[in-house]
Design a protein around this ligand. Structure first.
Ligand code: NAD
Length: 262
């Protein structure tokens, strides 16, 4: 709905690419002032860019100070920045990769939630009522594990329960802050560049499309719609929820059965 976020201020981490860029576009289209916080500068977009590393506590402090000084309020944080952890299993994942993936995908979300609560619980001249919405981008890998992708799956599983704890804490404190996680299936973004380099874009994408009962991966804009809904007051009774948007990937056994029911 156009204008539903008018006057609100939203930070999107990892907003220079993929799901984050699509979310920044939709939030901005709904009237929010959007700050894209990323290591990399976006190549397009009408929103403000702040160079930011989600793994750094100092970087989070500077980002919040900057946003409160310039906009006077914070209403929405989309903890979206993330990296792939590769295919490694428990025996083949080295400690350095494990720590890097947890630092970005899991600790980055912890730091983001803690920082955002500080900003959102404050009322002031620009924001008479405290409150806000935190949207944490997990994954279907945060709901189900495989033998490979160990570091990524562990990092995304942590985001799922961290989200619920944050939601309950904010509810108990009556901060008016909601916190939910989103669990996408495959989304066609540069996160798969490594895979495409190995097997080629066409066969890599065909492989990923076929894993989804719906027969295809998602476009980033399809996940951005979920983010927008969670950011808006239309989801006002939703907190601590895990919203799956995965083309049916985690719904049942369909793709694992050797036959299709008639
Ligand atoms: N694409 C998928 O299939 C898929 C599926 C499930 C979950 N996800 C999750 O969605 C989120 C977005 O992924 P995407 O597919 O859009 O990826 P992407 O690679 O297109 O974008 C990720 C963005 O995060 C930024 N980033 C990485 N490390 C950062 C850091 N330390 N600090 C700040 N920014 C950093 C990158 O610069 C990039 O702009 C990630 O958390 C990812 O794990 C993606």
């Amino acid at each position: 709905m156009s204008g539903e976020l008018s006057g609100r201020v939203a930070i999107v981490t990892g907003g220079a690419s993929g799901i984050g860029a699509a979310s920044a576009a939709l939030l901005s289209g709904a009237g929010a002032i959007v700050i894209v916080a990323d290591l990399e500068e976006p190549t397009d977009g009408a929103w403000r860019f702040v160079q930011h590393d989600v793994t750094s506590e100092e970087s989070w402090k500077a980002l919040l100070s900057d946003v409160l000084a310039r906009e006077g309020r914070l209403d929405v944080l989309v903890n979206n920045a993330g990296i792939s952890g590769g295919p490694g299993s428990i025996e083949s994942t080295d400690t350095e990769l494990w720590q890097k993936v947890q630092a970005v995908n899991s600790e980055g979300v912890f730091l983001g939630c803690r920082t955002a609560i500080q900003g959102m619980k404050q009322a002031g001249p620009a924001k008479p009522q405290p409150g806000g919405s935190i949207v944490n981008i997990s994954s279907v890998a945060g709901l189900q594990a495989g033998a490979g992708g160990l570091a990524y799956t562990a990092s995304k599983g942590a985001v799922r329960l961290l989200t619920k704890s944050v939601a309950l804490y904010c509810a108990e404190k009556k901060y008016g802050i909601r916190c939910n996680s989103v669990h996408p299936g495959g989304v066609d973004t540069p996160i798969f560049d490594g895979l495409y380099q190995l097997v080629g874009r066409e066969s890599g994408k065909a492989l990923l499309d076929a894993r989804h009962p719906i027969g295809r991966m998602a476009e980033p804009s399809e996940l951005a719609e979920v983010v927008l809904w969670l950011a808006s007051d239309r989801s006002s009774f939703v907190t601590g929820a895990e919203i799956t948007a995965d083309g049916g990937l985690t719904t049942g056994l369909m793709r694992r059965q050797p036959f299709v029911a008639s």
